[in-house]
Design a protein around this ligand. Structure first.
Ligand code: PSU
Ligand code: MN
Length: 302
């Protein structure tokens, strides 16, 4: 295993001393945002985690290893390379590692890296889910299967409105993945606080969430937990506008025949274009907000 894992000494020390650590993904850097906002966001997210008492560990595939805890230069490399870096989900790991090809980790593969390093809390923007039209396309993110199997809690801003929320909720239920709302009963839809759907349980403190996580894993109930943290009120986008924009992005995607792993980055990019960059601002702010909550949960876990 150590052959494939490269844990930054700072992270190694923190884990050995039972200090709180928060994992961060790298697909959001290379495929989720343009340069230089992606680099600025990645570095600021790490700082927010430090400011809230935890150690950040951004994860990527570098030099034939799963690297846990990137240096600033490595973050810069992923940010500048953008989509030239392979978007690496679970199925891509054996190929990339054995061929020594670099990769940006999705939620699924970041969970795998975090779990190998014994990190239990992970912050991101949005998780993958069941795509609209999945009954025909079968496009269901590997993130969901990972959540069913790997013991890492993911703090996100709910389920992205580009997905089929209802089917994603059913999937989470079937695989026994708890969906928690931080200080909310309603599932947030990434860019908006509201979605029209409920979470399973409203939780009002990081401490209560930490206790739930410990309880789940003490019971040997394997798998993750989704912690849905609404985008800050002053940073959310208009619900009706987002509905319209997403419809348009989906039509464009169909017209261009985009599918598979290209789908999510395309839709996020298109939404950004159609909102004239507003969605990017909102996306960045919700990631900061999630990093803060994840750090608090990690502190409570220790
Ligand atoms: N949501 C975002 N930005 C992102 C992603 C999701 O707001 O960059 C990325 C995450 O890495 C997630 C992946 O794991 O997209 C899901 O891709 P897919 O739907 O192809 O599984
Ligand atoms: Mn997919």
């Amino acid at each position: 295993m150590t052959n494939y894992l490269d844990i930054n000494p700072i992270i190694k020390k923190a884990i050995a001393n039972n200090k709180p650590v928060v994992a961060l993904e790298s697909t959001i850097i290379s495929h989720g945002m343009p340069y230089p906002q992606n680099k600025e966001t990645a570095l600021k997210v790490e700082q927010i985690i430090r400011d809230n008492g935890a150690v950040p560990a951004t994860i990527a595939i570098l030099n034939g290893k799963i690297k846990v805890g990137l240096t600033e230069d490595e973050i810069d490399y992923l940010a500048k390379s953008g989509t030239k870096i392979v978007k690496a989900s679970r199925r891509d790991l054996p190929y990339l590692l054995s061929q020594k090809i670099d990769g940006a980790t999705t939620v699924a593969s970041t969970m795998i890296g975090a779990n190998l390093a014994n990190i239990r809390v992970f912050a991101t923007g949005g998780i993958g889910g069941v795509h609209r039209g999945a009954s025909k396309t079968f496009d269901i993110s590997a993130d969901l299967q990972e959540l069913a199997n790997t013991n890492v809690a993911v703090v996100c801003a709910g389920i992205k409105a580009i997905l089929d929320l209802e089917l994603t909720l059913e999937y989470l239920e079937t695989f026994g993945i708890p969906l928690l709302g931080y200080k909310t009963n309603e599932l947030p839809a990434f860019y908006t606080q509201k979605s029209g759907f409920d979470v399973n349980f409203k939780m009002d403190s990081a401490k209560a969430i930490a206790n739930l996580l410990k309880t789940k894993w003490n019971l040997n109930l394997k798998g993750g937990v989704v912690i849905a943290n609404p985008v800050p009120k002053d940073k959310e986008l208009d619900f009706d506008l987002m509905h319209k924009v997403i419809q348009e992005a989906l039509i464009e995607e169909k017209k261009l025949g985009i599918k598979g792993k290209e789908s999510t980055p395309f839709l996020l990019g298109k939404v950004k274009e159609l909102t004239k960059g507003l969605s990017l601002t909102s996306n960045i702010e919700l990631v900061f907000n999630n990093a803060k909550l994840a750090a608090k949960i990690a502190v409570e876990m220790c």
